[in-house]
Design a protein around this ligand. Structure first.
Ligand SMILES: Nc1ncnc2c1ncn2[C@@H]1O[C@H](COP(=O)(O)OP(=O)(O)OP(=O)(O)O)[C@@H](O)[C@H]1O
Ligand SMILES: [Mg+2]
Length: 261
């Protein structure tokens, strides 16, 4: 069966895309799923969640990152790296991704290049899930990420400005559907919720008023373990299984897996 392909996208920066992509991946792997992660952001934070800084620099120098694959229009199978977790593989990013919009400009059918390069891996039977992390932009590259995906998860930070710009994200998804009609918003994930502040409840209530858009039951709370895990090039799910956020990401992975099955 083809891998379920899910991207994490929101043009709002710092909304928890990378943290959620890495941890949902690690949690799905813990459920026994074979996971491929694709780092689509020049910040390389997803790559840094599985490799230390020296390894990330070596990966970037290897010429085998998402950037070279896109520029050379090469199938992505040769770009897959094994992480320390046998169920998690990763296609690394590089700072060169800062010029991806310019590179795409010269390509034919430029909105669907990633979908074409990912097609073989998706159908290979090697992975149950492919999770793609996006940068906080809405250009041609993120259009590629969305059109290569079956589903999008939109992480939203539980702050007064967390919902600001969400309408742009919905409009953008509608535009992608013109190329990729099957794309579906799997759900909105409330992240960095802080119960000491009332915004969290208010954000969830506002989100529930949206028609036909799922808000995940799982909510990710603010948890310093997330940052400690990132400091150790790890996910909180593997670094501190007993932490609140690790349990929340495990619950989210179950929720996602039930919907996709
Ligand atoms: N549950 C959490 N508890 C505490 N800190 C968190 C949590 N989730 C994310 N963070 C922190 O918030 C910051 C932003 O998170 P993250 O990098 O996942 O967002 P992003 O949407 O990928 O950002 P960008 O738009 O820059 O790519 C990071 O410093 C991360 O460590
Ligand atoms: Mg990020």
């Amino acid at each position: 069966m083809a891998a379920h392909t899910i991207c994490f996208a929101n043009n709002k920066g710092g909304s928890g895309k990378t943290t959620s992509c890495a941890n949902t991946g690690a949690a799905l792997a813990m459920l026994g799923k074979r996971v491929l992660l694709v780092d689509g952001d020049m910040q390389m934070n997803l790559t840094l969640s599985f490799f230390d800084e020296d390894e990330v620099m070596d990966l970037a120098k290897s010429g085998k990152t998402i950037f070279e694959a896109l520029v050379k229009e090469e199938d992505l199978s040769a770009y897959v790296r094994q992480t320390q977790d046998e169920n998690i593989s990763l296609i690394p990013s590089t700072t060169l991704m800062s010029s991806i919009e310019m590179e795409l400009f010269t390509k034919m059918r430029r909105e669907t290049l990633l979908a074409r390069l990912l097609r073989k891996l998706k159908g290979s039977g090697s992975f149950d899930y492919i999770l793609i992390d996006s940068p906080p932009t809405l250009g041609n590259w993120v259009m590629n990420i969305l059109s290569a995906s079956d589903h999008v998860i939109i992480p939203v930070e539980a702050t007064p400005w967390g919902l600001f710009g969400l309408a742009n994200m919905f409009d953008f998804t509608e535009r992608v559907r013109e190329i990729s009609p099957e794309l579906d918003i799997l759900g909105i994930l409330v992240t960095k919720a802080d119960e000491r502040k009332n915004y969290c409840r208010q954000v969830r209530e506002n989100l529930r008023e949206l028609d036909n858009i799922r808000v995940f039951d799982s909510v990710i709370h603010v948890d310093s373990a997330v940052e400690w895990a990132q400091d150790s090039s790890s996910t909180v799910v593997t670094f501190k299984r007993a932490s609140r956020s690790a349990k929340e990401y495990m619950q989210l992975a179950k929720e996602v897996d039930e919907i996709c099955r």
